[in-house]
Design a protein around this ligand. Structure first.
Ligand SMILES: Cc1cc2nc3c(=O)[nH]c(=O)nc-3n(C[C@H](O)[C@H](O)[C@H](O)COP(=O)(O)OP(=O)(O)OC[C@H]3O[C@@H](n4cnc5c(N)ncnc54)[C@H](O)[C@@H]3O)c2cc1C
Length: 527
């Protein structure tokens, strides 16, 4: 590095992966915040960890995050360094711990059928299912290749309590990659005994924008990290240097102007390649959410452009190329009447915030709803209530509205939900006091699409000297995508590697190596 110029770091994307990279560059790498640039194409920070709106126009969260203490070691390491918004002496990690002590997940109405609770004391697996699960867990990723989950199980497996709880907790479809399902079964094997209650699930006090993105943003801004919003990165130029290929230029569109950033060999570039929420679009009570495409935004186009330049940069088409199999629809409902929450709490036996997920197994959409602890937004007035739901099969016609979920307005979705409820919800979930906002996400499970080694670039691509890929579409051994943890771990790995820091990234929790965890999982499978 020259003496008159300090190293700069450019972070493409303003989601939790880039945020984590920025924190680690400062906290562990000793970089100054003013030398770190976050380039984000939207006008809002946080990426998929969104949470916006107000009680009058309706709140929106595209999703709600479940965390666990065992599997989220990097995330809690990150959040332990960030003061909470409400108390500068408490970290966000501690705030989450305290909240979960007071509001423990213990679902008592996890699955519903014919408007009644399903007995989930058994996972209802057959011996063949158990054997197939063990075979999948033991299979090598090379052998599994691009096979799908459905290639490894009998059709009846997909009707078991295990699968119905598993697929709706993690958003798996039978056609998703077997490799990802195998990794999940191992990574979350400690959850098998508590799958029915979701007892291992930890929540943030508010939505993840308010509870995670806002405090991390404040921490980074206090250290003068530069946030360049409305800035889409379109390409990177490389030069061959002594240490391999180095990024020498970043091409962007900032507002409506093209711009270039010159990158020196000692500067660092972190790219969040791909995004599960790219192309997501909102509807309203009267308008369905339309379907976006890979051309919406720079997430897929940048990765595709880079992949053409270097064989080690992966194969993005494997992930974004089959929208029919990667999309689903979520919805956020804002209520001005407490009656619906009261009725749900009475039938489920769960106070809002402790029930995790209620899944209607006979819903053609395989619809689930979650009542978060209230308020779910920092600015939420006490006479409003917010819940979230989703359907795994948006192309199916509803049981009650007779329309494909994808074609439904918010009002249609509420009508369908009313039909599945075990109480008369006409009064409490009516169109006058409810605002349901649908959100179509074409790539929400793109990270679960069948893939083989090489489809995802490594965090540090071979032959490059100043570049790292971070987020959900880079490759890290054994860890599982569709998690905040994966994005944070990739960022921590990238920073420590690019800065040559002699610090370990927190180890992956591997419950399968603990005989007590294995025994408990086995007992659960036998129930
Ligand atoms: C509905 C839903 C439910 C979820 N449930 C859970 C859960 O229960 N538990 C859990 O751990 N995780 C869950 N997740 C996943 C978790 O939210 C994500 O894995 C994580 O937020 C991804 O963060 P990221 O920074 O890697 O990527 P993203 O959040 O996708 O951020 C990428 C950012 O980069 C920007 N960008 C992309 N390309 C460009 C470009 N070329 N130029 C400039 N900017 C660009 C995008 O605009 C975006 O802001 C869920 C996600 C959703 C959507």
């Amino acid at each position: 590095m020259t003496q008159d110029r300090r190293r700069k770091a450019y972070l493409v994307g303003g989601g939790i992966a880039s945020f984590a990279a920025a924190v680690y560059l400062i906290r562990d790498g000793g970089m100054a915040g003013e030398d770190i640039f976050v380039l984000e194409e939207s006008k809002v920070l946080g990426g998929s960890l969104d949470g916006a709106g107000n009680a009058d126009q309706g709140y929106v969260i595209r999703g709600g995050r479940m965390l666990t203490y065992e599997a989220y070691s990097c995330t809690f390491d990150l959040l332990a360094s960030i003061p909470s918004l409400s108390d500068p002496d408490t970290s966000v990690s501690d705030e989450i711990h305290v909240f979960n002590e007071e509001h423990r997940s213990h679902a008592q109405a996890r699955l519903m059928r014919n408007r009644e609770k399903v007995d989930v004391s058994t996972l209802s697996l057959t011996n063949r299912d158990r054997l197939d699960m063990v075979k999948l867990m033991l299979a090598s990723e090379e052998t599994l290749g691009r096979t799908r989950i459905e290639d490894h199980f009998a059709p009846e497996f997909f009707k078991t309590n295990f699968w119905l709880m598993w697929c709706t907790t993690f958003a798996f479809q039978p056609w998703h990659g077997a490799v990802e399902c195998k990794r999940y079964m191992l990574r979350f094997i400690q959850e098998f005994p508590r799958l029915a209650t979701l007892g291992g699930v930890k929540r943030t006090p508010y939505n993840q924008y308010d509870s995670i993105v806002a405090p991390v943003t404040r921490w980074l801004k206090a250290r003068d990290v530069r946030f360049e919003l409305d800035t889409r990165v379109t390409d990177l130029d490389f030069v061959h240097g002594a240490k391999g290929q180095a990024v020498e230029r970043i091409h962007c569109i900032s507002g409506d102007k093209t711009a270039e950033i010159i990158v020196k060999p000692d500067d660092l570039v972190f790219v969040t390649n791909g995004s599960m929420t790219a192309g997501s679009r909102l509807g309203s009570m009267t308008v369905p959410a339309t379907l976006g495409s890979a051309a919406d935004g720079g997430a897929w186009t940048l990765w595709e452009t880079l992949a053409q330049k270097h064989p080690d940069f992966g194969n993005p088409h494997a992930f974004y190329g089959n929208v029919a199999e990667s999309k689903w629809l979520s919805f956020t409902v804002t209520l001005r009447d407490p009656a619906f929450f009261a009725a749900m709490e009475a039938f489920s036996g769960n106070k809002a915030g402790t029930g995790a997920l209620v899944t209607f197994t006979d819903s053609n959409w395989l619809m689930s709803v979650v009542l978060a602890h209230q308020p779910h937004f920092i600015n939420q007035p006490s006479d409003s209530f917010v819940f979230w739901g989703y359907g795994l099969f948006p192309e199916e016609k509803g049981n009650f509205v007779g329309k494909k979920m994808a074609d439904c307005t918010g009002a249609d979705i509420l009508a369908e939900l009313r039909g599945h409820l075990p109480f008369d919800a006409q009064a409490s979930l009516n169109d006058a006091t409810s605002n349901c906002i649908p959100c179509m996400m074409p790539f929400i499970t793109a990270e679960f699409m069948p893939r083989v080694a090489g489809d995802r670039p490594p965090v540090r691509p071979t032959g490059t000297s100043n570049l790292a890929f971070i987020g959900q579409f880079c490759e890290m051994e054994d860890d599982v995508v569709f998690t905040v943890e994966y994005s944070v771990r990739s960022a921590q790995t990238a920073v420590y590697s690019l800065l040559n820091l002699d610090r370990p990234v927190p180890a992956l929790y591997k419950g399968q190596h603990d005989p007590r965890v294995l025994l408990a999982a086995f007992e659960a499978m036998m129930r």
